[in-house]
Every structure is written in C-alpha cells, then in structure tokens.
Design a protein around this ligand. Structure first.
Ligand code: ASP
Length: 472
C-alpha cells in the first residue's frame, strides 16, 4: 500500500489506507488509545483499540511515546457530529488502526512540540532547531518562505528576467559592512571575501547584455545582530535591469509585490495604492526616519503600508569609523558608490556636492526598510568624479580596475534594487524577529549552537592555509 498524506484521509472514508508520521500527542482512555499523528500536511487522529489491532501492534502500543515515528494502516471513518474537530483539517475523520509499526523511537524532546507558546529560550531552540521547526508556526513560516520565493521566481521569469548565480568566493565589495574573509590555500596570504551583495556582478551582467537579472542571493555581512538584522547571512531578491528609468524599477517592484500579497496573503490590506512616495528629507523631517511607518492603524496586524523613499542626497558625511577612509568628516555614498546623481544636479558635483540628489530608492514597509536600490552611474567620467569626492586614493581606484575596464566596452543605462527576503517575510508574517523566518539562523551573538560553529580548526588546516592564530 502507498503512503498517503494525513490530509488526504478526508476524502477516503471507508477506505483502508497507510499513513506515516510523528506522534504529536498520545492519550490513553482506558482500553482506547488516541494517537495524533503529524506529518507536514496536518494532524490525524488515530484510534487504537486492541480488538482491531494485530498481535504485534497490540504488544508495542504501550511503548509508543510522543515524537515516535510510526507507520499505521487502518480504516478511515467519519466522526460523529459531536466529535467533529474544526481546529484541524482532518477534523471530520479519524483512522481506526489495524497495524502499527514503529519506524523510529524518540527521546523526550527538550521542549514541548505540540505547545505553540514559545517557552524555550533562543539557545535551546537553535540547539535543537530541527525540533523547533516541528512547531506548527515555524513549519508554516518556512513553507510561506518557499511559496514567496516560488511566486517571485515565476513572476520574474514571466517578465523576461533570468536567474543567474554569482560567485560566493568573491572579492571585498563596498556595501559598507565588514567582510567575511576566506583564506586561499593556493595563493598564500590572499583572501576571498564573501559577497555583501552581488552588486558589481549584477552590473557587469548588464554590461554583458543580460538585460534583466535576478537572484535569490545570499549576502554576507559581518555585523552585530538586531531583531531586524541578522548576523552573518541573509537573502536578498537581487535585481538589475538595463534600459530602465527609476520609474520603471519602482512600478515593476510595486506590481510584483502587490500581486504577491494579493495572491499569497489575501487577508492583508495594502494601505495605499499606488504606494505613496516621499522625499528623503521630508521623511526625516516629518517622521524622524528614512523608513517611515505610514500605517493608518498600527494595531491592525493585516495592514501593509509600502512606501517609496526617494530623492536621497547622493552623499552623506561619513564618520571616522567609515571603512573607506582613514579620517572622518568626508563624503561617503549615501547608498553605494555606483548610485547615479540626478542629471539636474550633475553641475553641483563640482560646486556643492552635499546638495546633489541621487536616483536611490528605498522601500519601507510598516517602518522597516525592506529594500534599497538605485539607478547606477553608467558613465565612467561621473564615476571617477564620485570616487574623487569620496576621497578614493589611486590605490582604492585600482581595486575597481575590472569595473572601469568593463565600462569601456558599451554600458547600457541600468539600475536595480534588492528587497530583503527575510525582512519582507518577517513583516508579512507579523513576526518580531528574522530568526522566525529562517530555517537555521545564528544566535544574536553570531553562533550556531546546533553545529557549534564557528569552531576551531586543526593545526594542519591552519598550516595548509598559511595561517597562525595570535595568542591573546
Ligand atoms: N546592492 C544593494 C544593497 O545590497 C542593493 C542595490 O543597490 O541593488 O543594498
């Protein structure tokens, strides 16, 4: 007999079926034992009475504990009207068991699986993440993530985009965060950097003539965690398009996310359509934030207030900590160094760079920044000017030799954006922390208690990589 999903029993009343899954709850009622069997698709009530079970099944029945993995053959029967349970999808039926086999036993889990309250602390939940993911809410979040990525992939393909993977072993990219470095064994003393974003690659793909690129891109930034910022890695829906204006980028993203919300999250209401647009300086003046929360009712869990923030200054004063400079109080890029100035302001690059407005666009949702991007500079003369204004040395310019070189060979006007998958999902699902929408996140202090990473490595590995660890 082929295994069916618990949810399929609903249409199989009177049939003999085989189901497999985990014991969610076991209840003993005198001679009758009830087992709630859980698979990814739902929970099914199984009734075990000795008279209906074969000999072997009768003998193992008392051994069965929560989280055991079972295979159960039985007859699907309709529940009496009073027994119908509208809380579960299989609530109109139950399975009368004839044969039960134990596929795997289980120890008592370190926290309750059938209990929806989040009682376990973060450390315990992440150490036993594979058990934490058995919680209904967590499972649904991971499934929602899959549905969202699937929707976006299909939508973008229908709109002429192609998905292209860019390297993970890459070079330091100037997104403004600290890099994760990977030592090279073959090239002693040299390092790869994990990409903070595929920014240069996607622009070079435009030079290559790919025209419309996207990627569900892992991005790595060595930053301290906050509820809405993961330490380590996160995923962006990275996009880039050629021959587009800022307006084209905004309307494409608006259409894509509106359709996604309407299809996948029909209970949600978008506050204002088309999405409001607000100037950066106005946002800061009026709301004290460059990611204003424009919800009408902040207590409504279904309200989604998407807002475009536009007309950012091209430059912002950088502090001493800024990694591109030795000294403070110099101009740095407000978004990134490839962002185009607005044409009307190009003369100001020479006279008053602080007044130059750019083609940066940020997407805010309910007070979170869920995406940022820009129309890019596609004229090397302007790029050079920007590099000079942010105080790039010849040495620093040399690090972008490949980029300036590429720009000699016919560059289409282009631009893009990179909405954050994790952050968007967090807001859509009403979760308070990115960890609730990521299968295997790091702890707030950047560790994985399950894999126990980061971890020490052997002396041989260090030797091979030409590395030595400094004693404290
Ligand atoms: N690479 C940028 C970022 O990670 C996004 C973009 O400009 O497309 O913020």
């Amino acid at each position: 007999m082929n295994r069916i999903k618990t949810i399929e029993t609903v249409s199989q009343v009177g049939e003999n079926v085989l189901v497999k899954g985990w014991v969610n709850v076991r209840r003993n009622m005198g001679k009758i034992t009830f087992l709630d069997l859980r698979d990814r698709f739902g929970i099914l009530q199984v009734v075990a009475v000795p008279a209906e079970l074969d000999q072997a099944s009768q003998e193992i029945l008392t051994d069965i504990r929560p989280e055991f993995v079972l295979s159960i053959e039985g007859t699907v029967q309709a529940r009496g009207v009073k027994q119908i349970n509208n809380d579960i999808k299989t609530g109109t039926v139950e399975l009368l068991a004839h044969k039960i086999s134990i596929l795997s036993t289980a120890e008592t889990p370190p926290f309750e699986i059938d209990n929806e309250e989040r009682q376990a602390n973060e450390e315990l939940r992440l150490k036993y993440r594979y058990l934490d993911l058995r919680h209904e809410r967590m499972k649904n979040n991971i499934i929602a993530r899959d549905r969202m990525i699937m929707f976006l992939r299909e939508w973008l393909h229908k709109n002429d985009f192609i998905e292209i993977q860019t390297p993970i072993l890459s070079k330091s990219t100037p997104e403004g965060a600290r890099d994760y470095l990977v030592p090279s064994r073959l090239h002693p003393g040299k390092f790869f950097a994990l990409p903070q974003a595929p920014q240069q690659y996607k622009q070079l793909l435009m030079v290559a003539g790919m025209e419309k690129y996207f990627q569900i891109a892992p991005c790595f930034r060595d930053e301290d965690a906050r509820a809405d910022r993961s330490p380590g890695e996160f995923y962006q829906l990275d996009m880039e398009m050629s021959f587009v204006s800022q307006e084209d980028i905004l309307s494409l993203v608006e259409k894509m996310f509106t359709e996604m919300v309407e299809t996948l999250f029909p209970d949600k209401k978008i506050t204002q359509k088309p999405w409001p647009r607000i100037n950066h300086d106005e946002a800061v003046k009026k709301y004290g934030s460059d990611k204003p929360d424009l919800r009408k009712d902040k207590n409504d869990p279904n309200e989604l207030a998407f807002t475009w923030v536009l007309n950012f200054p091209l430059f912002a004063k950088q502090t001493v900590e800024d990694r591109f400079h030795g000294a403070g109080d110099v101009w740095g890029p407000s978004h990134n160094m490839f962002t185009a100035p607005q044409e009307k302001d190009i003369p100001l690059l020479d006279s008053d760079p602080g007044k130059v407005q750019s083609y940066q666009h940020d997407l805010a949702l309910n007070g979170f920044e869920v995406g940022g991007g820009a129309v890019r500079i596609h004229d090397m003369k302007i790029q050079e000017k920007v590099w000079d204004l942010i105080g790039f040395s010849d040495e620093q310019k040399k690090q972008f030799k490949h980029y300036s070189e590429a720009f000699k060979y016919g560059v289409p006007p282009h631009g893009g954006i990179a909405p954050g998958i994790d952050r968007l999902l967090m807001v859509l699902l009403g979760e308070k922390n990115l960890k609730e929408v990521t299968a295997f996140p790091l702890t707030s202090d950047g560790r994985d208690p399950m894999m126990e990473s980061p971890s020490s490595v052997s002396q041989e590995q260090l030797d091979e990589l030409h590395l030595s660890i400094k004693k404290k």
